[in-house]
Design a protein. Structure first.
Length: 375
């Protein structure tokens, strides 16, 4: 039987992600639209966004937070191009985007002294092999496999290298060990459902020290340049962005951050994401024909929830057909797994998604599975 209850908000895509509950465009403060981003008004709003970000994410006061072009990719590239080189580098990868950073390090920057640690889909590499005297580059949450790093205990407190982390689908959904991080990149279209195009970069004092002591041997494009003449470009982290940001998108993310702050901040955001994962776990436990891509619950993501069909005869048959059926019926949009990864459905379970919508979605997946199997 076709279920009668539908999700109120069928947007379960893993990026861009669902807007906050009760979001409305006419609630945004658009007084900055059409104004120069260098004006005092717009600079105040940009810096307000940065302050809210630090507050909601509980970023240490001594860390610098700035806005860069090119989403999380641009922020991550800026960090790699500007900081890597003086030490050997360990690349840790367990998803598609981790492999992108390996490619950039080995093929574009042509780094020589590297160690690459990888794992099959659904698993983590052996993190004990990371050398604390090396720089390390990794994703905290593998959005294309649903694997997340459980904590920062594997990162030495006495590390000599920098820890450079792509945290885009982890932040706002799970605990994050800021004291173990030196460079963190993310973007607004993930955790709180912001709009695309802009990235954020967080630098520790150790990262700033590297910027001022190391001059890379390769040319650095203007949009990646975090230092000028051997000095940290602090103005970038004080609202003077490298290029022109969209003030509409600035106001939209201020709205998302204000909502997060008003409901109780990071602890509540994390609890909402955990509730979404719990709803799926309870359903999977009693559904024999589906399973998590990540078998170990200790490393299972609460934001990018990946589900596979072990009996699928061709791999992508069930995920593609089920995702298509659910979209055609207005039940779920954007839940097909990343096509560069392994066959799966991928449900965004971040804090802007209501657990009630997750629970309404799951019987529809059962219905769609039965339709596909009997076809």
């Amino acid at each position: 039987m076709q279920p009668s209850l539908k999700p109120e908000r069928p947007n379960f895509s893993s990026g861009p992600t669902c807007k906050r509950p009760n979001w409305r465009i006419d609630k945004l403060d658009l007084i900055t639209i059409g104004r120069s981003h260098r004006s005092s008004l717009c600079l105040d709003r940009i810096n307000h966004l940065v302050d809210l970000t630090k507050n909601v994410l509980e970023i240490p006061e001594t860390y610098h937070v700035g806005i860069l072009p090119g989403s999380c990719t641009g922020a991550m590239e800026a960090a790699m191009w500007s900081l890597l080189g003086p030490r050997p580098v360990d690349f840790v990868s367990f998803d598609v985007f981790g492999n992108v950073w390996i490619h950039d390090g080995l093929k574009e920057l042509k780094l020589k002294n590297t160690q690459v640690l990888t794992a099959p889909p659904g698993c983590l590499p052996d993190l004990s092999k990371v050398n604390p005297s090396h720089d390390v580059v990794f994703t905290y949450n593998g959005s294309t496999t649903g694997v997340c790093v459980p904590n920062g205990e594997w990162i030495s407190d006495k590390r000599e290298g920098l820890v450079i982390c792509d945290a885009i689908s982890a932040l706002f959904s799970m605990s994050f060990p800021w004291e173990k991080m030196d460079v963190v990149s993310f973007a607004w279209q993930k955790g709180l459902g912001g709009e695309a195009a802009h990235g954020m970069l967080v630098l520790s004092p150790r990262a700033v020290e590297r910027l001022e002591s190391h001059r890379p041997p390769w040319p650095i494009p203007r949009v990646f340049r975090l230092a000028e003449e051997g000095k940290f470009s602090k103005r970038i982290f004080e609202g003077m962005t490298i290029n022109t940001p969209s003030m509409f998108i600035i106001e939209d993310f201020i709205d998302a951050l204000t909502w997060a702050q008003d409901i109780g901040g990071l602890p509540i955001l994390i609890s909402r994401s955990k509730a979404n994962l719990k709803a799926v776990e309870e359903w999977v436990e009693k559904t024999p024909w589906i399973e998590f891509l990540v078998q170990d619950p200790e490393i299972r993501s609460s934001s990018t929830i990946c589900l596979r069909f072990p009996e699928d005869p061709v791999g992508w048959l069930y995920p593609k057909a089920i995702a298509s059926l659910l979209e055609d019926n207005g039940i779920a949009y954007g839940i097909l797994g990343h096509t560069s990864s392994v066959p799966c459905l991928r449900i965004w379970g971040g804090p802007t998604v209501e657990a009630s919508d997750i629970k309404a979605l799951l019987p529809w997946i059962t219905w769609a599975y039965e339709q596909v199997k009997s076809a």
